[in-house]
Design a protein around this ligand. Structure first.
Ligand code: PLP
Length: 365
């Protein structure tokens, strides 16, 4: 068997061996030891965003999209209207989730190379009193663009509406401080910047907001109020939890703290991105976004103009050298993406840089 490749993707990611090791034992889901582990998980998740005084942490089984769906179902009621701010595929997905659920949805769209504009959001809110909730994607993983979360949050709070943040690809690295920013719900998952294994989504929800959401969800499984009541009642998950994934996630959160928390993790990811961009520039591969808009999470590159270029061959050439990259997700133009997150360091991107030229040559360029 070949060595495990490095996953330079938006998740699942390369994990620390200690995280994978934590999955090597079984846990009784209703055993006191696992109840304690769940309590530690919920407490640590609040700590990452400094939300202990204001929010509760509600994990749910599934991928990130499952918690988006559960949050919309739980928070946005039949008489409410959700405004979704869209500059990529994940914004579109949030709107689709709400529409399918029969919720009233409004959208504001920007080009995928432009960040969401808080002033436009303020105008829309002033003109549409029926909007009760606003959803924004912090880092739009489609391109890797960073949206101005704190400014959007300020606009939404001053208009007296509730903000739902898809922080899937930012939570644990990019700054989210709920002592200084109002957000009704912040949503993320185990397998992105937290560097855990896939299988758990979670929501940090303002306690007062969640208290008002009893019975609102039209779904039994996707009901974060009921899920929370379960945790508060007996400390247990309502339905079978992915026990090994939870154990790995707690270990990943301990490692995040040991690394120095989100600021230290962000510095490592920024160093990864710098090294990646240097390597790409050296072989003439261009970043798709303006550098100032590119978050150190996942970078989108334009495919080489050369008509001989074949992405699949390029992908295979890198994979055979131990690097798994990611296809592009742009609506127009050929592109590919390389992630900076996970248990990877600038040294890994230096090694990547040393093989990019060969891989391009194999791919016809
Ligand atoms: C990864 C991601 C999701 C959720 O994706 P899953 O495949 O369901 O885990 C949602 N929003 C953003 C911005 C993401 O990066």
């Amino acid at each position: 068997m070949t060595e495990t490749p490095l996953l330079l993707t938006p998740g699942p990611l390369t994990t620390n061996p200690a995280v994978r090791e934590a999955m090597q034992r079984d846990w009784g889901s209703r055993d006191p030891a696992f109840i304690a582990l769940t309590a530690e998980l919920r407490q640590r998740l609040l700590g990452v965003a400094h939300a202990q005084a204001s929010h509760v942490a509600v994990p749910i089984q599934g991928s990130g999209t499952y918690v988006l769906e559960a949050a919309v179902a739980t928070l946005v009621g039949g008489g409410d209207t959700l405004l979704v701010l869209i500059n990529g595929a994940y914004g579109e997905r949030m709107a689709e989730i709400a529409r399918r659920m029969g919720r009233a949805v409004e959208v504001l769209r920007w080009d995928e190379r432009q960040p969401v504009d808080p002033a436009t959001v303020a105008e829309a809110l002033a003109g549409k009193p029926q909007i009760s909730h606003v959803a924004v994607v912090h880092c739009e993983t489609t391109t890797g663009i960073l949206n101005p979360l704190a400014d959007v949050a300020a606009v939404v709070a001053s208009a007296g509406r509730l903000l739902i943040v898809d922080a899937m690809s930012s939570f644990g690295a990019l700054p989210i401080d709920l002592r200084h920013m109002r957000a009704a719900a912040v949503l993320a998952s185990s397998n992105k910047c937290l560097e855990g294994t896939p299988g758990v989504g979670f929501a940090l929800i303002e306690r007062g907001v969640l208290e008002g959401c009893k019975g609102r969800s039209p779904s039994v499984s996707f009901d974060l109020h009921a899920q929370w009541s379960g945790f508060e009642g007996n400390g247990q998950w309502r339905f079978t939890p992915p026990v090994q994934v939870v154990a790995a996630m707690v270990e990943a959160l301990r490692l995040l703290e040991a690394e120095g928390g989100p600021p230290a993790r962000l510095r490592r990811y920024e160093a990864n991105l710098e090294m990646l961009l240097r390597g790409a520039a050296a072989v003439g591969i261009d970043l798709y976004l303006d550098r100032a808009l590119q978050a150190p999470i996942i970078a989108t590159f334009r495919a080489p103009e050369n008509p001989a270029f074949r992405f699949q061959t390029f992908y295979d050439a890198l994979a055979s050298r131990g690097f798994v990259i990611y296809p592009g997700k742009l609506t127009k133009g050929e592109s590919f993406r390389i992630g900076c997150i996970g248990a990877v360091t600038p040294a890994d991107f230096q090694r990547l840089a040393s093989v990019l030229g060969q891989a391009l040559a194999e791919a016809g360029v």
